[in-house]
Design a protein around this ligand. Sequence first.
Ligand code: MRU
Length: 358
Amino acid sequence: MSTTEHTASADWLQSVRWNSAENRLDLLDQRLLPDEIVYLALTTSEQVWDAIKQLAVRGAPAIGISAAYGVYLGVRDHSGGRDELLDAAVKQCDYLATSRPTAVNLFWALDRMKQRARELASAGTEPEALKQALLDEAKLIQSEDEETCRLIGEHALSLFEDGMGLLTHCNAGGLATARYGTALAPMYLAQERGIRLKVYADETRPVLQGARLTAFELQQAGVDVTLICDNMAGAVMSKGWVQAVIVGTDRVAANGDVANKIGTYSVAVLAKAHGIPVYVACPTSTIDMNTPTGADIPIEERHEDEITQGFGKRTAPQGIKVYNPAFDVTPNEYVTAIITEKGIVRAPYTENLKKLFN
Ligand code: MRU
């Protein structure tokens, strides 16, 4: 990625920042956390595509927000008339949509950008004003996400009590969103209100989002967090230390099946065996009513190096066959409730998710 980079202080870890002074996108490079806090300075949509593909920015809402800014970066130097600009904006949306396949927030944000561009063009908006409106739309997607996450946190916190143990998988925190996160939002609100929650963070092999990101951001915020390896979750549950599992998601199908980071399904099965509720926290933009079931969700497969040399050294024999899906699907019968900014949805999901959109 050919970008200039700069470091920032550790006290404000906003993963996506629009830099108005420089008219560019500053993205916290999450690949370097927790060791280094480095912001990438992005000025082209190709750089945004790379940042999404290579997980410099990751987490469903943060990917969508970044891609929206990417659309603006892709058209801001366009010199043609209104119709050519609209074509270019639509092409940028289609291009950015190829960066990752599973998180529906990416397509949701890009569809919203496309729709805005079409509305403005058909209203006769001049090219420079149209470009500015696309930037404003990206900013709006970001600011709305912050409010959405806070509301998710409020709803989720209503399910928890002082002293409870929670287990989470991957990172669905502030780093994955505009702020607060989805699954981690109630932990931040609890912290603000003096409600003590004890969090167990799965390290989340192979890319270690739990160890590098969740443990890091909760520790920074002073939340009581304990890091465990993925294969310790069952043992921790059997000791009675976990009263609820809460995770984020990349896409919820219309029947309530949930795609999330690989390993979520195993956690859900373990939780069911121990009688522990499994909560899935997400904005309604993560619910894809056009995807009937989990079997229809495209699951990204990533490079074998994430498994064979994920720790910076080779940990498997050369030439070994590797299977590396980035996500799995948890069937709806393992999901106790889906917590959105509009409220808490329970089974039957096909019926109740539909009601959410009416
Ligand atoms: O591959 P990643 O790190 O983008 O995967 C992220 C997750 O699986 C998150 O749990 C999900 O996107 C929800 S983020 C609020």
